[in-house]
Design a protein around this ligand. Structure first.
Ligand SMILES: [Zn+2]
Length: 292
């Protein structure tokens, strides 16, 4: 838990899964990335699906990301190394957070490992929103791309995760930088997908403080920087649709985070986030890992 000014931040886990280590590190050769992260006999690296709960001073409760959810077949679970079901709801329950208490769900994008936990299959097999009161916020570009997938992104966009939110009138498309709850603002960070967004939390107020360095802002990066090793500018996932756009998004948000001492939070690292600095060549680097 972290009190960031007037906002309360808690990271909960939507569960672990495994992805190909080569795809996760793009052009970086295995001889280099394997010194930084371990992999299994199938070359897969284990990642978390980080989900952030923000309680605002206005009394709103925001959930950023929902993890993989529980709709995968046994075969799909084997492919992605998903060993446990029900992770997000269990993690929320452990924090005494009921699904009905969530006012806003923000998804950085609509890939299954970010939206899957927003839709469940009920006992009769019907699909329904997990967070029944919440509006679910994505960029309009992201929604359009998810509804019109092509061969390169089709495996990541599963209509079973999107259609039930649309049918329930719970999916809200926004354009550009928008404050969706008090001090909680979505910020476009294209590259991984064209409609990818990150989430900035402005703590405001005079009390509290953001921990080491005293910064009062946090930025949930999502998949623009999925883990701490991806703070290095050339580390860009091969999954990304536009790697140069990712590079420019990273360069811009990390520069701001360093200059203003923001806490950055990762989409898929077991360590939740970091405070950043620059190395002797001026490149962004992790100064201190932070769990909240
Ligand atoms: Zn992801």
């Amino acid at each position: 838990m972290l009190q960031l000014g007037e906002h309360r931040l808690r990271m909960v886990s939507g569960g672990d899964f495994r992805l190909d280590g080569g795809a996760m590190h793009g052009v970086v050769p295995k001889t280099i990335w394997s010194r930084l992260v371990g992999c299994d006999e199938h070359n897969r690296v284990t990642y978390s699906t980080n989900c952030l709960v923000v309680d605002t001073p206005g009394g709103e409760r925001v959930l950023v990301e929902t993890g993989n959810g529980d709709k995968f077949s046994a075969k799909e679970r084997a492919i992605y190394g998903i060993e446990q079901q029900g992770c997000l709801l269990r993690a929320l329950a452990a924090e005494s957070i009921a699904p009905e208490s969530i006012d806003v769900v923000i998804m950085t994008h609509l890939h299954f490992d970010h939206v899957g936990g927003a839709v469940r299959r009920d006992d009769g097999g019907a699909l329904a929103p997990v967070f029944p009161r919440a509006r679910h916020v994505v960029q309009r570009r992201e929604l359009e791309d998810a509804l019109h997938p092509h061969e390169r992104n089709r495996a990541s966009y599963l209509i079973e995760n999107i259609e039930p939110l649309l049918a329930a009138g719970r999916l809200e498309a926004v354009d550009g930088e928008v404050e969706v709850a008090r001090g909680v603002t979505v910020v476009p960070t294209p590259g991984h997908t064209q409609g990818h967004q990150s989430v900035r939390i402005d703590g405001g107020g005079d009390g509290g403080g953001g921990g080491a360095g005293g910064g009062r802002r946090a930025l949930f990066l999502g998949d623009v920087v999925p883990t701490a090793v991806h703070v290095r500018l050339p580390f860009i996932m091969a999954y990304d649709l536009d790697v140069v756009a990712t590079l420019e998004s990273k360069r811009a948000v990390l520069a701001q985070a360093i200059d203003e001492d923001w806490l950055v939070l990762f989409g898929h690292d077991k360590r939740h986030g970091a405070r950043l600095g620059r190395d002797d060549k001026g490149a962004p680097m992790v100064r201190e890992l932070v769990d909240i």
